[in-house]
Write a protein of this length. Structure first.
Length: 328
């Protein structure tokens, strides 16, 4: 019987479906695993359901007998895809399902930063509220403001649709421009990245982490942003230079909202001390329905693979491959 390692408890009952067909071992981790810990978890496993924080490096993969990695995330930058492909290890993810959950959270961060929600909550809890005042906790109104979306994929488009009822002007940048009908339906205008940063009142990041996007929003670009603007990141932490962001938050930016971090799970200590930043523990997809559906997808990919079928959510880099490790 094939052995499947599940590196963390998953919500819902999807994993129970695996117990009918495989030998399952679930690990109830409370933190991200390092390489040595992950190797112990994956010992003797033929397949695994893994988390975005699990470091499936070449060093780890070459010491396992994994045939498939079903990553419980839309991203998979935690996996050495080149080495996995070379060794015939199938890699799948959970695309599409978390689009609305992440877009909802993005807008929650926009509103939280713009209207100083967290800061106001702390102010009230500390007994500092002594009555209504005209200049108490003044924030940023959204109507009429320009929202700049970096990465107009599924999530970026979902954020744009949420911005329309707020009366916001939408600009975006993307490697490949949207067709005219999509731009019209989203009321979105295409700009280059540097043009977008200069005109946007709120900038929100929705690009994957690649060699091209790592450090994309560095010091020069952060300080090219409109003075008094807001930066939101629910994509990947390494897209933003956090030290430069901290410097800009002192004098240049109104605020920032972050769900991801440059050295995740470590949060920059300077950010922790700032009142004009809302910090979340990577909960973009943390709606219960969404997380349970992600588990269903991860499980279905495992089952499909070991039944000899091409997993429905094979990553794009492996599309077209017909033979994987252990399959004939």
């Amino acid at each position: 019987m094939k052995k499947i390692a599940v590196t963390a408890s998953l919500p819902g009952g999807a994993v129970d479906k695996l117990k009918e067909k495989f030998c399952i071992k679930t690990f109830k981790q409370k933190k991200c695993l390092n390489e040595s810990e992950l190797l112990k978890v994956l010992k003797d496993a033929d397949g695994a359901i893994t988390l975005l924080g699990d470091p499936l490096t070449k060093n780890v993969l070459e010491k396992t007998k994994l045939q498939i990695i079903s990553n419980y995330a839309v991203g998979y930058n935690n996996i050495d895809i080149g080495f996995a492909t070379e060794k015939g290890i199938a890699v799948t993810n959970t695309p599409d399902v978390l689009t609305d959950a992440t877009a909802d959270l993005t807008f929650a961060l926009i509103l939280s930063v713009a209207r100083r929600i967290v800061e106001s909550d702390h102010f009230t809890r500390k007994g500092k509220f002594k009555g209504w005042l005209p200049e108490l906790m003044l924030g940023v109104d959204l109507r009429g403001k320009t929202l700049g979306i970096i990465g107009m994929g599924r999530i970026g488009k979902a954020v744009a649709r949420r911005a329309i009822p707020f009366g916001m002007k939408i600009v975006y940048t993307k490697r490949k421009r949207l067709i005219e009908s999509e731009e019209n339906s989203l009321k979105a205008t295409f700009l280059t990245l540097d043009e977008l940063l200069k005109v946007s009142d709120i900038v929100t990041l929705h690009c994957p982490l690649t060699k091209d996007t790592e450090g994309l929003i560095g010091r020069e670009r952060i300080f090219s942003m409109k003075k008094g603007s807001i930066l939101i990141n629910t994509s990947r932490g390494k897209v933003v230079d956090e030290d430069a962001l901290c410097d800009a938050l002192k004098t240049h930016l109104f605020g920032a909202g972050l769900d991801v971090y440059e050295k995740e799970p470590i949060v920059n200590n300077r950010l922790l001390k700032m009142k004009n930043v809302v910090l979340l523990p990577h909960i973009g997809s943390a709606g219960r329905d969404t997380r349970e559906e992600m588990a269903e997808i991860a499980v279905s990919n495992i089952i499909a693979f070991f039944e000899g079928r091409v997993p429905p959510d094979l990553i794009p880099e492996q599309k077209g491959m017909t033979l994987f490790r252990g399959q004939k």
